[in-house]
Write a protein of this length. Structure first.
Ligand code: PRX
Length: 674
């Protein structure tokens, strides 16, 4: 496996050696049934059409949207790597997601079946959504938001989250949604970077059976006093007490409910920014990935229709992602609504009040398409087959997976237990940066292979290359690149043109470097092998090792820290931190075990700096870190320790005894990995 990037220094994830060989030896195949193939939105000819005329193919997809001013140019790549798609056209995202369906006579169709965690429900038809979004757009304008202004959204998964996003889109104000699991500090840096002038939040949301607060984090973020935020619009969801800053804070129900329910959508240029979404990179500072309107919407609508085989008049679609992540942007807020789908939105956790909650919802709403992450599937596997068996899941006809590699066993379980051995399963590979699904089976076409994302979608060109950027061919590992521009591609990193070019376009000139290792098998199908950079994937959430290290060293007791993603049966990877304490703190850490003062304090500090999603599973206090002679931390060796493996080759270490010291220290304390 020496040619495989997974396993080389700098790699943080991915199966290697025997594990990889076992994966690729996966021989089970699941061709679509003739009945499914006969009714599918996409047939084999779609690949041929796209290959024959790639730009013509994308132009045809784009024309499925409604344009206020039709475009005449398809792609301008002269300013590469900054693409311009459909640049002389004008359109509005909210009009396309909502109004055009109402105008087509579909106003009574349910857009959203929303279910709160405590069991309260709301149903919004497309006509309801049009009125709500219009009211909210009028309210935003009354608060001074203008086309081009940025709006931060920090909400639980309630209908207002989607209404807020679409209201921003309606006036051409790029939104920046920040996941509710991020801390006040993380929210603050994102508000500052995007220079948002408005924050939309809620008093809180329901999580694990109890109200959790959100507004205090906004107050704390704004207490820095250095942001351009003028107003905070607050949805009342839980009726908790909130601190109130008069003049700045405004209740949603006061500003929105009384606003006029008619609003003229602002048609913007296709390249007008639609949203910024922050994601972790290899440095300590998150990247503001920004997407523009025409190309992104084209990618969202097309991929949502062909990958899930969506039939808008009969399907009930449910993507379980939060709108704080890209999956919730493209496959909750935009894709389904652009296609006029009926979807389910659920606020809470899968085991509240019982472990069958999701399956109860599938039964209740007759969900036909379910899109979720492997971590969730592995959790359900642990809970046992008898839980879903108590519910009627026979409505399901397509299952999707996203966010991390799905191991064949989880794939098979998903299809058998949830899909009744009947449904196609689509393993979809993509990223915040790609805007939409890039590599995935098509459910009516592809002979599915458990564990492999298989083939680039029609219109998408991907390759696996070596260090020199040359295709490695079948059977060899390499780096995944996208070789042609696509409409939904990121247009940049907000405020950092240079970092955009350096991060994605410099390693393999002319190609987009995804940061993932991959391998094609003998059929040419793509297997994703995990990140080849310092990015971890915990429960399908992207985290940066460097960002967590920076958080740890900002604690006064910490001298140095190294973080690795160690493989974890349920979450894919888990955060494991190795920490060297400052001399004065060492005394406090007489017993540096998992429950000790020091470890608890460091954990709490990471939660404060980044959020609960970044909380290390283990923090190991060590006397030294393994470094090369040039001072680079060898994370590969730390992963060996964290994953209980024999420590690998240490000959390039400046001090080869360091690993012995680390292992001895761990065995002598209670700090061994959980
Ligand atoms: O490593 C890949 C992994 O998730 C990364 C992108 O993370 P993010 O931008 O947060 O978007 C997640 C949802 C699209 C990728 O670089 N990843 C995503 N989907 C898959 C995957 N790895 C393997 N198989 C997938 N299907």
């Amino acid at each position: 496996m020496s040619e495989t990037p997974a396993g080389t220094p700098g790699t943080t994830a991915g199966p290697s050696g025997d594990a990889l060989e076992n994966l690729l030896a996966e021989g089970r195949r699941f061709p679509p049934s003739p009945e499914f193939a006969a009714q599918a939105n996409a047939g084999p000819d779609l690949y041929a059409d796209a290959a024959a005329d790639r730009l013509g193919f994308w132009a045809a997809r784009a024309r499925e949207l409604t344009w206020e001013t039709p475009f005449t140019e398809v792609l301008d790549w002269s300013g590469a790597p900054r693409a311009r798609w459909f640049a002389d056209g004008r359109l509005n995202a909210a009009y396309n997601a909502v109004d055009r369906h109402v105008e087509a006579g579909l106003g009574d169709r349910v857009a959203i079946h929303w279910e709160g965690e405590p069991g309260d429900t709301r149903t919004l038809t497309y006509a309801d959504l049009q009125r709500e979004v219009s009211r909210a757009a009028n309210a935003l304008e009354a608060l001074g938001v203008r086309t081009g202004d940025r709006v931060a959204i920090y909400l639980p998964l309630i209908p207002e989250a989607i209404v807020a996003m679409l209201a921003c889109a309606r006036i051409g104000a790029p939104h920046s949604v920040v996941f509710g699991g991020f801390s006040a500090e993380a929210l603050h840096t994102r508000i500052l970077d995007a220079e948002a002038s408005l924050v939309i939040t809620a008093d809180g949301g329901y999580r694990r059976g109890a109200p959790s607060a959100l507004k205090p984090a906004v107050d704390e973020a704004l207490a820095h006093g250095d942001t351009p935020v003028r107003h905070v619009l607050v949805v009342r969801r839980t009726a908790q007490d909130v601190d109130w800053t008069p003049g700045r804070d405004v209740w949603w129900h006061e500003a929105v409910d009384g606003a006029a329910d008619v609003h003229a959508p602002v048609a913007v240029e296709a390249e007008h920014p639609l949203f910024i979404l922050y994601t972790s990179g290899t440095t300590g500072k998150p990247k503001g990935i920004f997407h523009t309107t025409g190309g992104y919407l084209t990618q969202a609508a097309y991929t949502h229709s062909v990958v899930f085989d969506l039939k808008p008049d009969t399907d009930v679609y449910w993507c379980t992602a939060d709108v704080g992540w890209v999956t919730g942007h493209t496959y909750v807020a935009y894709g389904p609504l652009l296609n006029g789908a009926t979807q389910v939105l659920y606020e809470g956790t899968p085991d509240t009040p019982h472990k069958g909650r999701w399956w109860e919802l599938v039964q209740k709403y007759g969900v036909t398409i379910l899109y979720t992450a492997p971590t969730a599937i592995r959790t359900f596997m642990k809970w046992g087959e008898d839980v879903p068996a108590r519910f009627d899941l026979s409505s399901l006809r397509v299952l999707g997976s996203v966010g991390e590699p799905i191991n064949p066993e989880a794939w098979i379980w998903y299809r058998r237990v949830i899909g009744g051995d009947r449904t196609p399963v689509v393993d979809t590979w993509w990223q915040t940066e790609t805007g939409g699904i890039m590599i995935s089976p098509l459910p009516g076409v592809t002979r599915a292979k458990p564990g492999s994302a298989q083939v680039p979608l029609p219109g998408v060109s991907a390759e696996v290359v070596n260090e020199a950027g040359e295709p490695v061919g079948n059977g060899r590992g390499g780096y995944l690149v996208l070789t042609e521009p696509w409409p939904g591609m990121l247009r940049g990193i907000w405020g950092d043109e240079r970092r955009f070019a350096d991060t994605y376009w410099s390693r393999f000139p002319g190609f987009y470097f995804a940061g993932d290792g991959a391998k094609k098998d003998d059929d040419g199908d793509v297997w994703l092998l995990g990140r080849v950079d310092d990015v971890m994937n915990v429960s399908g959430h992207r985290l940066s090792t460097t960002e967590i290290e920076s958080a740890l060293v900002s604690h006064p007791w910490v001298a140095e820290a190294a973080v690795v993603g160690a493989s974890d049966e349920t979450t894919g990877q888990a955060v494991v931190a190795f920490v060297i304490l400052r001399a004065d703190a060492v005394e406090r850490a007489d017993e540096p075990g998992e429950g000790s003062d020091v470890v608890a304090s460091l954990r709490a500090h990471v939660v404060h700096e980044i959020g609960p999603i970044a909380k290390p599973r283990s923090i190991l206090i060590v006397p030294e870190l393994p470094k090369t002679r040039s001072g680079k931390i060898m994370r590969r060796l730390l992963r060996d320790v964290a994953e209980h493996r024999t420590v690998g080759d240490v000959t390039t270490l400046a001090d080869t005894s360091v690993m012995d010291m680390i292992s001895a220290g761990l065995h002598g304390s209670a700090a061994a990995p959980a």
